[in-house]
Design a binder for this molecule. Structure first.
Ligand SMILES: [Zn+2]
Length: 208
């Protein structure tokens, strides 16, 4: 990039989980809007980039900062617990829904009731099953790569990079991964930055 200063050239990694883009200060706003739908000036944008809070220096005790830290920590813990509970509920409902849909399909294949919010135009039960299988197979084939854990967003990114067919949307892959978790095919490892769940494969050998 001839002509631009070092500061302009400096790139920052995108703070959104699952996004591997980086950007200069100049195109940061454009990336956040185009890739993540986060508008400049929104609370979310401010939280990501414009936190102009005082910084506590190590060894120093600042009553003002300390007074802010405790309630914030409590609120963070409370919200994390709340999200976990909601995630559990959602996963539970989704698993039940999938199970009952499967039963219904078996009992009466001629009048399969579609999901209330029809997923996609090519969302026939066969197409959905093929997509689900593609995700299962991809994770299975990349066991070693994901030995240290993976996220649904990561699977989506890697499947896209590997040009896997049929590919599901990021949202669909999240649902498939959550279903695998609910069915005990994978286990939840920990929440990572951005609130996404990192999963791990369950090794059949219990080796460690
Ligand atoms: Zn991004």
């Amino acid at each position: 990039m001839p002509g631009s200063s070092a500061q302009q050239r400096q790139r920052t990694a995108c703070p959104i989980e699952g996004c591997r883009e980086s950007f200069t200060n100049q195109n940061r706003a454009r990336h956040m809007r185009a890739a993540h739908g986060i508008e400049t000036g929104s609370d979310e944008y401010k939280a990501l980039f414009e936190s102009a809070l005082p910084v506590k220096r190590s060894g120093e005790s600042d009553p003002f900062i300390d007074g802010m830290i405790k309630p914030l920590r409590d609120e963070v813990r409370r919200l994390a617990r709340e999200i976990e509970k909601l995630d559990e509920k959602r996963t539970e409902a989704r698993t039940k829904l999938a199970r009952y849909e499967r039963m219904l399909r078996q009992l009466d294949p001629t009048s399969f009731v579609a999901r209330p919010k029809n997923a996609s135009p090519n969302g026939s039960p066969e197409a959905i099953e093929a997509k689900r299988k593609a995700v299962f197979d991809f994770i299975e084939q990349n066991k070693e790569r994901y030995a240290d854990g993976f996220t649904a967003a990561g699977i989506y990114r890697d499947m896209k990079a590997a040009k896997v067919e049929p590919i599901s949307s990021a949202d669909k892959i999240l649902r498939i991964v959550e279903e695998m978790h609910a069915n005990g095919a994978i286990r939840g490892d920990r929440k990572i930055r951005g609130g996404a769940m990192q999963y791990k494969l369950i090794t059949s050998t219990n080796g460690g």
